[in-house]
Structures are given as structure tokens and as C-alpha cells.
Write a protein that binds this ligand. Sequence first.
Ligand code: GRG
Length: 293
Amino acid sequence: MFDDILREKIEYINKGLNEFLSLTDRPEVLFEAMKYSVFAGGKRLRPVLCISACELVGGNKEDALPVACAIEFIHTYSLIHDDLPAMDNDDLRRGKPTNHKVYGEAIAILAGDALLNYGFEVLIQQALNSNKSQNILKAADEIARAAGCRGMIAGQVVDLLSENKEIGEYDLKFMHDHKTGALIKASILAGAIIGGADAATLKKLSSYAEYLGFAFQVKDDILDVQGDEAKLGKDIGSDIANGKSTFVSVLGLQRSVELVNELTEKAISILNDFGNKGEFLKSLTKYMAERDS
Ligand code: GRG
């Protein structure tokens, strides 16, 4: 049941992404590079969260779709840039060659820039063409702040400055809250705003999003360490993985697993206030904690 609903939502989002990216213009390589990374196999967690939060508060998926797609464009830009030689210098993303490996560094930078810009173009167009433009602007404001200099970019800078250093739990939490937590939270709040949520509901969903985002990050570190251990065939749980501190290196594997479970329970308990309407997001919260990629 949950799997079917999730698949349906992902198909709906992929259709939307496809339509928004059906624009072709010159130069072809730019549009090709943008599409390459958007369709390279992401889980679509942020757009699913956005649409589900909209439905949770009584809104409909059609209104949330452009916002959900804009968020996925911005997320994809961040991954393209994160993989660049000047940042993480990764050859593979989602099991496929990274954008700069396929198109070269200059085109990858520009494809990332183009996706970031196009995300905001989609949001502005939506606001201009809607009779609920105020809500769309409020959602766009959440997304802009989460992606910007006090959000994801600040987290990325702290990440770069922390390379090859041991950092404590406080700094690690700051880094992840900004780098990944902020856009996850904005996805949920933007969806709820589009769905017409009142201030009290937004406050509740804000707490839900913080627990969910934190659990997502700790789980991501667990998956990274387990992936590296499988590759190296040895226990590296207490080392700094790839020159970076992780929740596993700071807290240990066992405490990290416990923490994911505790945060997931707290997130789910907030959804109890939404009755039956909260069931899908509850299952998604569990799915995110139990995922293996
Ligand atoms: C370059 C400004 C700038 C920011 C980059 C998001 C980010 C900041 C870097 C990503 C690095 C990373 C792998 C962080 C771990 C958590 C995370 C965001 C994983 C990727 O998100 P998923 O798992 O990705 O939702 P998919 O591929 O499913 O879309």
C-alpha cells in the first residue's frame, strides 16, 4: 500500500519534472546536462515531502507540483556543484558518472547554475499565474532562505572548512542542519504553505521536519560508513571517513543507530495530531530511517 502510493507520487513528480524540462533551446549541451542530472536516479524525497505536506493540511497535489519540481531542481544543482573537483571531487553520483565527468567542469558549473535559476523561475512564474500568489511567494521565501547564504551554502562552507579536522557534535549538527536539513524542512513547510496551513500547523510541521532532517543526516552517515566498510573490508566506524567527521565518528555506530530510531519516533509522534491524514508521512518517515541508499 505505502509502496504503491510512493511509486504513484514519484511518477507524478517525474512527469512534472519532464514537462518543466521539456524546454529545448540553444545550446543543446546545456539542456542535456541539466536533464542528465535531474534524471540520473534520485529518490525524489524532497518533492514527495512537499506534495505530501500539502495534502496533509488539505491542499491538492496539482498546486504543490511546480514548487516540488523547483525544489528538486535546486537540490540537483547542489549535488552537481558538491561533486565538482573544487568541492568533493566525486566521479560517481547515484551510481552514474557525475555531471562534470560527462560534460566537463565548466558545463557542469553552468548546468548547476541553470538549475538553481530555473527553480526560482518556475516559482516566480507560478506566483505570477496564480490567484494564491501570496502563498507561493511565502513558499519561495522558505526555499530561498534554506538554499542560500544562511542555509545550504553556509553548511557547505562549514563542511569545506572542516575537512581533515575533527569537529564536535555541535559543529557537526550546525553543518548538517544547514547543508541538508534546511532544504528538507523548506520542502515540508513550502508544501504546507501551498496547502493553506495556519501558523500553529506550520509550527508543528517545523518540529516534525527538524526531527526528520536530523534522522536523515545521521542515517546518511551510517550508510556512508557501511558503504566504505564494505569496500575496504574493515571497521572504520570510529575513524574520520574520507577526511570528514561524521555522526558515526563522533557518536559511534551504536549510538547513531539509536539516535535515528529516537528521532524517527519523535517525528512520527507529531504526525499523530493529524489522524488518518498523517499515515502516509508516518510510513515515509519510517522508510527514510530504514532506507539502504
Ligand atoms: C554546493 C551549495 C552546495 C551545496 C551542496 C546538499 C549538499 C550541499 C551536498 C550533498 C552532499 C551529501 C551527499 C550530503 C549527504 C546528504 C544528502 C543531501 C544526500 C543526497 O540527498 P538524497 O539522498 O539524494 O535525497 P538523491 O540522489 O536521492 O536525490
